[in-house]
Design a protein. Structure first.
Length: 331
């Protein structure tokens, strides 16, 4: 499938045809008019397909090609979680803004092709420009470079993707978008530990993954799966963000642990991974996302924003620490 880009025959940077999990690229058929909003977009819609294949978790992972797809990006970081609705996009959006407020150049790629929320959260809905070389220019908003499938299709269009399509879409979102020079490119992942995660690790060598969870036990079980996935992808785990961690009662400023407490801390200790941050559940965080200005930008001095900024600080420490460790290993 080709969303846009130079050639019909997708090749990865090794010159191999693009496949997911070793499967052959499947010829795409367009079963709805979902491509109308973007002439280059070929989507498939209908009953069949997608969802992560259960087998994906057992298959060996082909390592990412060494030749970088985004050569001018210093760090590529995936924001992932085992399940949806835990706040990946909220964390990605606020993390991206917090990093950019530190003077870093930041891009945010919305890889959640099933439910892209970056256009809403960043308050922008315009079609990206296509260059003469048929590459896409990211949308600039709030000081960030953004790309999302949501810029190209209508909100209500159901998007059902099977593995090879997903693989191809992600490859194009990385290789056929002019990201330019960036310090950080964050990738807001679709939920799960299946095809999308596997594809990404085959397409690009990630500098690390951030796992988002909520304090409930179920979510923590998901973190364990995500961590196992990061292991299989040979992607360093930068840490865990516990979202909706607690609630501050506005009448007396008391911290209320509505979902129980200590889940994130416990799992981080157990698994020996850093806890990057604990973000409160707060209507303002949700509201700001819905209105298109992440809270870190809308209310930079609020306690909620400070918790996001602390998380960004810790992330940078982790990334740099990891880099130093890698340099030491190479020497
Ligand atoms: N800390 C939070 N406080 C309040 N609402 C939140 C918080 N984090 C996320 N939300 C809301 O929960 C919903 C799901 O969050 P989202 O970031 O879209 O999750 P995901 O990307 O994991 O599916 C959104 O409506 C979002 O605004
Ligand atoms: Mg999301």
């Amino acid at each position: 499938m080709k969303l846009f880009g130079k050639s019909e025959n997708d090749k990865n940077p090794d010159g191999q045809p693009v496949t997911a999990n070793g499967a052959e690229e499947t010829k795409m058929t367009e079963t709805t008019d979902s491509s109308r909003s973007h002439p280059e977009l070929k989507l498939i819609s209908g009953q069949q397909i997608s969802q992560s294949s259960p087998a994906a978790n057992q298959q060996p992972v082909k390592p990412a090609p060494k030749k970088p797809l985004v050569p001018d990006v210093k760090y590529v970081i995936a924001v992932a979680s085992g399940k949806g609705g835990v706040g990946k996009s909220t964390v990605s959006a606020n993390l991206a803004v917090a990093l950019s407020q530190m003077g870093l150049k930041v891009g945010l790629m919305d890889a959640d092709v099933y439910g892209p929320s970056i256009p809403t959260m960043m308050g922008v809905k315009q079609q990206p420009q296509v260059t003469e070389q048929r590459q896409l220019l990211p949308i600039n908003q709030h000081g960030l470079s953004l790309m999302s499938i949501g810029f190209m299709v209508q909100d209500e269009q159901a998007m059902i993707w099977r593995g090879p399509m997903l693989h191809s879409a992600m490859q194009q979102f990385l290789g056929d978008v002019i990201w330019g020079e960036l310090d950080y490119l964050l990738i807001d992942m679709p939920p799960g530990t299946g095809d999308a995660q596997l594809s990404l690790s085959q397409i690009i060598s990630l500098n690390g993954a951030v796992i988002v969870t909520t304090p409930q036990d179920v979510a923590l079980a998901d973190v364990r799966r995500s961590i196992a996935m990061a292991d299989r992808m040979e992607t360093p785990l930068l840490g865990v963000v516990e979202n909706m961690s607690y609630y501050i009662n506005p009448s007396n400023n008391e911290k209320v642990n509505i979902f129980g407490s200590g889940g994130g801390e416990k799992i981080c200790q157990q698994l020996n991974v850093p806890l990057l941050g604990q973000i409160p559940i707060d209507p303002k965080i949700c509201e700001c996302g819905d209105l298109g200005t992440p809270i870190v930008l809308a209310f930079p001095d609020s306690s909620q924003s400070i918790s996001f900024k602390r998380m960004a600080d810790r992330l940078i420490v982790q990334v740099e620490q990891l880099e130093q460790e890698e340099e030491l290993t190479i020497q």
